[in-house]
Ligand binder design. Structure first.
Ligand code: NDP
Length: 241
């Protein structure tokens, strides 16, 4: 009642390519209006055009998750365009440099650690906290943090990458903190692992498609009100911390 537009709005960060683009297309296909968060103007506009050509109601939002100013401006853009936010998918992420032993723990380049944390963890906090006032206006707000099973201390899987893997462990931990803080609200927060997906990130040398990688994020973005909170999930179910 009293709402101008009942179409749900989703913001996907890093939506110009890879898994983020597939999440945007998948959410658009089930009726969401999608805010395409991307830092590069040309790449963002091209993605918006491709999504519109696929029938998605998409609009671009300039968004560099490492910049306080950019994130604040993105929140203003979404408020002015949509007035609220139903779903936030924190998908933007980087692996960080690996040359010269930069992510070998015994020769770890701390500048690489800082850079990776700034995007993969602090970026999620920046974007989430800027968007929470808009999310709180929605009836069933959902936040999905795109993590990785490389961040699982139980599985200890994938190559040794002492900046990237710990960044996802910390993201998982931050996800749990948000879920606890928001436990008494209607905001549901979870972390997702997309599996090993063929994107720029993996040099397109991985078995899963971006659509397959997107599926768990879409599921968590559309959880019912009694859905799980503060968990870590992939297509198979719970991923061990
Ligand atoms: P891609 O490299 O294909 O895409 C990453 C996206 O993040 C791009 O849109 C990129 O934008 C964006 N991005 C990076 N830094 C920033 C920033 N500072 N501000 C805004 N956007 C930014 O990777 P994937 O699609 O494969 O990965 C998506 C997520 O999934 C990541 O969080 C990754 O860690 C995670 N993941 C991926 C796996 C895989 O097998 N591919 C496995 C497990 C987890 P730009 O084009 O401008 O660089």
């Amino acid at each position: 009642m009293g709402r101008v537009n009942d179409t749900k709005i989703a913001l996907v960060t890093g939506a110009n390519k890879g898994i983020g683009f597939a999440i945007a297309r998948g959410l658009g296909a089930i009726g969401f209006t999608v805010a395409v968060g991307a830092r590069d103007d040309a790449r963002r506009e091209e993605a918006v055009e491709r999504l519109r050509a696929a029938g998605v109601d998409a609009f671009g939002v300039a968004l560099d998750v490492t910049s306080d100013d950019s994130v604040a401006a993105a929140a203003v853009t979404i408020e002015q365009t949509a007035g609220r936010l139903d779903v936030l998918v924190n998908n933007a992420g980087i692996s960080g440099r690996t040359d010269g032993g930069a992510q070998d723990p015994t020769t770890l380049d701390l500048d690489v650690v800082r850079t990776v944390l700034d995007t993969n963890v602090f970026g999620v906090v920046r974007v989430t906290n800027a968007m929470l006032p808009l999310l709180r206006r929605a009836d069933s707000p959902r936040i999905v943090n795109m993590s990785s099973n490389m961040g699982s201390l139980t599985l200890q899987t994938g190559p040794i990458m002492a900046a990237y893997a710990p960044s996802k462990s910390m993201l998982n931990s931050v996800t749990a903190q948000y879920a606890r803080r928001l436990a008494e609200t209607n905001v549901i927060v979870n972390a997702a692992c997309p599996g090993y997906v063929a994107t720029d990130f993996t040099g397109f040398n991985a078995p899963r498609t971006p659509e397959q990688g997107a599926a768990i994020a879409i599921r968590l973005a559309t959880l019912p009100d009694d859905g799980p909170r503060g968990g870590f999930f992939d297509d198979e179910g719970v991923v061990p911390w």
